[in-house]
Every structure is written in structure tokens, then in C-alpha cells.
Ligand binder design. Structure first.
Ligand SMILES: CC(C)(COP(=O)(O)OP(=O)(O)OC[C@H]1O[C@@H](n2cnc3c(N)ncnc32)[C@H](O)[C@@H]1OP(=O)(O)O)[C@@H](O)C(=O)NCCC(=O)NCCS
Length: 155
């Protein structure tokens, strides 16, 4: 059994390690290593902001599997997520999105979801397509191409 729990400031080190994981930085819009102070400030603000929701996927043994974040921007939630490298390739990416979207829809049934996925991130593209997201457009950011995927909550 897997569950989502809310992230807290006690997760600062875990989230710091995950955000600086090689593949996480390689697939993110901001590629540079994140510094600790910058991270703690960022996390403190996110946790105080009621427009942002950060959840951690845990297993039966309370092991931390991955993180998903929803940042509300007008009527859409922008999704960011990653899976601990030891747990990749086992369907956890799909699961965390499925669980996370369900949780947000309970709060706001009419909302929309948006995700920006670098075009070489095949695993993530497969996941969004399998979840019924549609490709709205592509964007070039600092010479990298990103697919912008969208989904309405009631779709
Ligand atoms: C992207 C990420 C979340 C995917 O999570 P995951 O749990 O490893 O993915 P899944 O096991 O659910 O696999 C999803 C699909 O991609 C495929 N896949 C997994 N890893 C792959 C890889 N490296 N290359 C190509 N396909 C891959 C799987 O076979 C699966 O395909 P299927 O549905 O046809 O079986 C994870 O790799 C990760 O954390 N990456 C770094 C951060 C990141 O990219 N975040 C997303 C930013 S948009």
C-alpha cells in the first residue's frame, strides 16, 4: 500500500537531496545546483503558501518514495514531481500523479492541471499521456524544448 503524506519542514534535507539529484536537475527548467539556504527559504515559503501543496509518497514501511507539488496559478495547478532514484522504473511516477491529482480534485473539483516536460524525458511523457493529459504546445526555454501538457479536472 502506498499513501501520500503532507511534506513538512522536517523534510527539508530529503527534498534538498531529491532536488539536487542529477536527473531531477537535468529535466528541470533551472539546471544549476540548488544551495541549502536558498532551498530552506523556498520550502518555508511554499509550506506557508495555501496555493501550494507538497506531498510525499510513502510505502507501508514509511519509506519515502517521491515528491509531488501542485502550485496554483489562476485556475490551474502546475505539477512538479520526482521519484527517488532507487524507486524509478517501477510505476511510482504514474502512481504519485494519480494519487496527487485525486487529492487536489477532492479540494477543487473544477480545477485544471498543467505540466511542463522536457521532450527527452520519455518516462514522464509516457506518464502524462497515459493519464489523459493533452499536449497543448511546446516551448523553448534556454535551448531546451518542453512539452506543455494540460488536463481538466472533470476530463
Ligand atoms: C520521470 C520520473 C518521475 C518517472 O517515474 P518512474 O516511476 O521512474 O516512471 P514509471 O516507472 O511510472 O514509468 C513510466 C513509463 O516510462 C517508462 N520508462 C521508465 N523509465 C524510462 C526511461 N529511462 N526511458 C524510457 N522509458 C522509461 C516505463 O517503462 C513506463 O512505460 P510504460 O507505461 O509503457 O510501462 C522519474 O524518472 C524521475 O523522478 N525522474 C527525474 C525527475 C523528473 O523527470 N520529474 C518529472 C519532471 S516533468
Amino acid at each position: 500500500m502506498y499513501n501520500l503524506r503532507k511534506a513538512t519542514i522536517d523534510d527539508a534535507q530529503l527534498l534538498f537531496d531529491w532536488t539536487n539529484d542529477y536527473e531531477v536537475r537535468a529535466t528541470a527548467v533551472i539546471k544549476k545546483k540548488i544551495e541549502w539556504d536558498e532551498h530552506v527559504n523556498w520550502l518555508t515559503n511554499k509550506l506557508q503558501n495555501n496555493q501550494s501543496h507538497i506531498y510525499i509518497l510513502i510505502d507501508d514501511n514509511n519509506e519515502n518514495i517521491g515528491v509531488i507539488r501542485f502550485d496554483k496559478n489562476n485556475d490551474a495547478f502546475v505539477i512538479s514531481y520526482s521519484i527517488d532514484k532507487l524507486h524509478r522504473g517501477k510505476g511510482m511516477g504514474y502512481l504519485i500523479l494519480q494519487f496527487g491529482i485525486k487529492k487536489i480534485l477532492k479540494k477543487e473539483p473544477q480545477c485544471k492541471f498543467v505540466a511542463s516536460v522536457q521532450t527527452n524525458n520519455i518516462a514522464s511523457i509516457k506518464i502524462f499521456e497515459k493519464l489523459g493529459f493533452r499536449l497543448e504546445k511546446t516551448e523553448v526555454v534556454k535551448e531546451h524544448i518542453f512539452n506543455i501538457y494540460c488536463k481538466d479536472g472533470n476530463e
